[in-house]
Design a protein around this ligand. Structure first.
Ligand code: C2E
Ligand code: MG
Ligand code: MG
Length: 548
């Protein structure tokens, strides 16, 4: 990075590096709360026409065309409010060439730092991709993206003890209405409708289309469903006055607002209840739903009571098996340790059942039962294999529980389990709320020399926040990135920078789901320490490994 970083502390440099490497972007700008540029790195001169030194202290808005001002203002506010915001499309003014360069900008704030980090990507191929029709069609979030931003919104609301509302909108004949228009008018109408929903949504980023005629918006309490309905009705009236084909009153905009009281619900409960509500609307319409997500969550629990009881029984009776998958050093391919992976009824993945267990709040029971079985396996096998070491997965939900943590310490003491034989992977499937408390627990485990690995790095939106707040020994790079790094330059840059950063921070790296020689070669090239995947061994009922 730029030479001027040398006068900054290690933490400041780390923050910048984290933000920059994550976005694998062309330009990084750091902005103070009074919206002045305090640091820049990347393609500063070629994009802005000015040197990094010249940019210092400049007003951030001066770098962009005046059309962008409002959007940038909203982006900065969004990042301050919720940690991350964007992306938005902006035009960077180049003072030398007088040209404007289109770029995708994202904003990010890190804990304990009031500066805002802006990352800009101006790579032509990336922008071409964004300009493609696929991207334009999906202006509202798809189901998966919506779930991810919903959980982020619920998490933010929980932190600030706020309540959010979820408004479901049903527009009976809107699809027919659109079919009656010329193609271009229909596209414009859809764009405007989506814009209205996005504008009212929390962080501008939590609106989704449920099906052809239904939408869902998460928003602050200050916005009422009547307001949203009125805006949609106005849009219909305005469009209709030019056309006169449809009686706008026939379109039938209906909405229902459901309260999400985050003092009562956990983020996961709120998300689960929301998905449950969406399914209910799809099956039975708007009138069938409760007016409060906590009531919907109770309905959900009620409906799944049998499944919960049978999962609890499986756990209580230790009616499950463990499989073990080798993790090896690269390039030597010598064994390092094995990951314990639970199997409930068959060889099938436990993922669905584990996340269900997390949603209904019994992850700590599941993890404790698995930990007991893993320690039992060690006790049986340590005589013949004294170097055997097992990594046990602990859900982010469990490690937030004081009761779980104390029981875990007691179990480790009672069984005299040695850190030579046991370590932990913290899975990211649940969002961790109180990072300070979790870090305290992790440090107490590390104080006893148990190694801690952050699992599925990159899979969730909060990975870098976790890395920033939790002192850990190891990062496991999510399998998706291992797969994509050999085909996508963007993922490649992200993984390479992540590995470099971990090296700087003295954190070892493991790549999971390594399936091909090409992936292995790449991982060796960029200096990853360890690997796990079918190339070396599938999960097996015995912790055994034979070198290829
Ligand atoms: P994870 O902890 O990231 O585990 C790695 C997953 O990748 C395992 O899936 C493993 O079987 C799979 N895998 C390993 N190598 C390859 C490969 O080369 N190719 C492919 N396609 N897959 C590979 P599994 O066993 O289905 O587990 C899924 C997830 O369920 C785990 O992800 C973890 O989040 C959770 N899980 C599994 N066992 C436990 C457990 O004992 N406790 C907790 N809390 N979670 C568990
Ligand atoms: Mg794992
Ligand atoms: Mg993983």
């Amino acid at each position: 990075m730029s030479q001027q970083t040398s006068s900054f502390s290690k933490d400041e440099n780390r923050d910048r590096f984290v933000a920059f490497s994550f976005a694998a972007s062309d330009l990084l700008l750091e902005v103070t709360i009074d919206q002045k540029i305090s640091f820049s790195a990347g393609k500063v001169e070629s994009l802005t026409g000015q040197t990094a030194t010249k940019l210092n202290n400049k007003d951030i808005y001066d770098l962009f065309t005046s059309n962008d001002t409002n959007m940038i203002y909203a982006l900065l506010r969004g990042a301050q409010k919720s940690g991350r915001s964007g992306p938005i499309m902006v035009s960077i003014k180049n003072s030398k060439t007088n040209k404007a360069y289109k770029a995708m900008m994202m904003g990010m704030c890190l804990p304990d730092n009031d500066h805002i980090f802006l990352t800009l990507n101006a790579t032509p191929s990336f922008l071409e991709f964004l300009a493609s029709s696929d991207y334009q069609d999906s202006k509202l979030l798809d189901e998966k993206q919506f779930e991810a931003s919903a959980i982020k919104a619920f998490q933010d609301a929980k932190k600030s003890s706020k309540s959010l509302d979820v408004t479901f909108i049903e527009t009976e004949k809107i699809d027919e209405y659109k079919k009656s228009m010329e193609h271009e008018d229909a596209v414009n109408f859809t764009d405007n409708l989506q814009m209205i929903l996005k504008q009212d949504s929390y962080n501008g980023n939590t609106a989704s289309q449920v099906d052809e005629n239904r939408y869902c918006v998460i928003h602050g309490e200050e916005i009422s469903s009547d307001e949203i309905e009125e805006k949609i009705q106005n849009l219909i009236n305005k469009t209709n006055s030019n056309r006169g084909v449809f009686d706008p009153n026939n379109i039938g905009v209906k909405s229902k607002t459901v309260e999400a009281d985050m003092e009562v619900l956990s983020e996961r409960e709120a998300r689960r209840a929301m998905i449950y509500t969406i399914n209910q609307i799809e099956a039975e319409g708007l009138d069938s739903i409760q007016d409060d997500l906590s009531k919907s969550f109770d309905d959900y629990l009620q409906e799944n009571a049998d499944k919960i009881t049978s999962l609890k029984r499986l756990i209580g009776q230790q009616d499950f098996k463990l499989n073990f998958q080798p993790i090896i050093y690269i390039p030597s391919e010598e064994i390092c340790h094995y990951e314990a992976l639970v199997r409930f009824d068959s060889e099938n993945s436990p993922f669905e059942l584990i996340t269900f267990g997390e949603d209904v709040g019994i992850a700590p029971d599941i993890d404790m039962a698995i930990l007991k079985q893993a320690i039992g396996y060690l006790q049986k096998n340590l005589k013949s294999a004294p170097d055997l070491k097992i990594a046990v997965n602990i859900s982010g939900q469990s490690i937030q529980s004081e009761d779980f943590f104390n029981k875990m310490l007691d179990l480790l003491d009672d069984t005299e389990c040695s850190p030579k034989n046991l370590m932990f992977e913290i899975t990211e499937s649940t969002n961790i709320g109180d990072l300070e408390k979790v870090n305290d627990y992790l440090q107490r485990l590390r104080g006893r020399k148990f190694e801690i690995c952050l699992d599925d790095f990159g899979a969730g939106a909060a990975s870098f926040q976790y890395l920033n707040s939790l002192d850990i020994d190891c990062v496991k790079i999510d399998g998706k990135y291992v797969r994509d790094a050999v085909v996508s330059p963007r993922d490649e840059a992200m993984v390479r920078n992540l590995v470099r950063m971990c090296q700087d921070l003295n954190i070892t790296t493991v790549a999971e789901m390594v399936e091909t020689e090409e992936q292995l070669k790449y991982l060796i090239d960029i200096g990853v320490d360890k690997a796990q995947g079918w190339l070396f061994g599938k999960p097996n009922s015995k912790a055994e490994y034979t070198k290829r």
